[in-house]
Design a protein around this ligand. Structure first.
Ligand code: MLT
Ligand code: MN
Ligand code: ZN
Length: 310
């Protein structure tokens, strides 16, 4: 099975539409050290049947760049057999609107709190009810693994087993419990190919490393984790926000207790990749000292189109 990175940037993408910072400007100017990135999503499975994990506002572009997700087995057809959401944030959910032409309800897995956010604060799922509709399945939070049902007619996804882990992070600003997060606002996923035993941990928004998350990270061949910010005060220093990375549910990479320190404690054989990288993060400049520090730590910066076999 394959994990294909469809979008490696955080909300806003890279470059961000209204941003003229040094980095966004460098992408527009065609800098050889900067690579454009679309917003956060991966596809899992293949070669023809795929689970879309998070539905990015950039999904149409991502699909155009991913021919494997368009196997064209019928006049109207897509390789996307189902969608699973890690949270109800805009960058992970608004792509659902672009899937509205589906002939049948879209099979969708999310936690109950994410389903509530997308039915109330940002009622995407209610709006979709006027188009294809969704066939919602609750993602359990008690460690019970999910297998995709045979009714999906996506046999290549049969070996896939998904376990969701509640994360310490933040729900979207429009969530009724933005400032009082509840279990299931955000989840990380252990993706397992039961045919090979290969396991991947995916958590694009990770605010803190709980014992359960640490155990999951130690149980896999590869981790694909929150690469949003380099420093906790990045958005404050640049004058873009009054909130720290941790305030909005993202563990920064640098500093004491940061993501690089955490990844450094994982076994050497574990492949370590950052994903959901914000346009302010200096690691997006491939010639920067911060990028060199990441690479020296044995950590990869994922990019749109990267594929990982498991
Ligand atoms: C986040 O990951 O913190 C959010 O997606 C940010 C956003 O898209 O506004
Ligand atoms: Mn995000
Ligand atoms: Zn920028």
């Amino acid at each position: 099975m394959t994990v294909r990175v469809l979008g490696s940037a955080a909300g806003g993408g890279f470059p961000q539409w209204n941003c003229n910072c040094r980095q966004c400007a460098a992408v527009r100017a065609g800098s050889p050290h900067h690579r454009a990135r679309t917003q956060s999503s991966i596809a899992v499975g293949g070669p023809q049947d795929w689970l879309l994990v998070n539905a990015s506002p950039d999904i149409l572009t991502q699909l155009q760049r991913s021919p494997a997700l368009q196997p064209a087995r019928a006049l109207r057809d897509s390789g996307i057999a189902a969608v699973l959401l890690c949270d109800g944030q805009i960058d992970h959910s608004t792509g659902l609107f672009m899937l509205r032409e589906r002939g049948r309800p879209l099979p969708l897995w999310s936690t109950r709190p994410a389903h509530e956010d997308l039915s109330q604060g940002n009622p995407i799922l209610r709006v979709l009810g006027h188009y294809c509709g969704v066939d919602w399945h609750e993602l359990p939070l008690d460690g019970t693994a999910v297998r995709l049902p045979a009714a999906l007619e996506a046999p290549q996804l049969a070996p896939l087993r998904i376990t969701a882990l509640p994360l310490d992070s933040k729900p979207a600003p429009y969530s009724p419990h933005r400032e009082a997060p509840v279990e299931g606002d955000n989840v990380g996923l252990v993706l397992e190919n039961t045919a090979t035993g290969g396991r991947v941990f995916y958590a694009p928004g990770l605010g803190a490393i709980s014992p359960a998350v640490w155990a999951a990270m130690n149980s896999v061949d590869a981790v694909l984790v929150d690469g949003t910010f380099w420093t906790d005060d990045e958005m404050i220093t640049l004058g873009f926000s009054r909130k720290t990375a941790r305030d909005i549910g993202h563990l920064p990479q640098s500093g004491a207790g940061g993501m690089l320190e955490v990844l450094g404690r994982l076994p050497v054989r574990t492949r370590k990749l950052l994903i959901h990288i914000n346009n302010t993060n200096p690691i997006l400049d491939e010639a920067s000292p911060e990028r060199r520090a990441v690479e020296a730590a044995g950590v990869e910066v994922s990019f749109d189109g990267l594929e990982l076999l498991f």
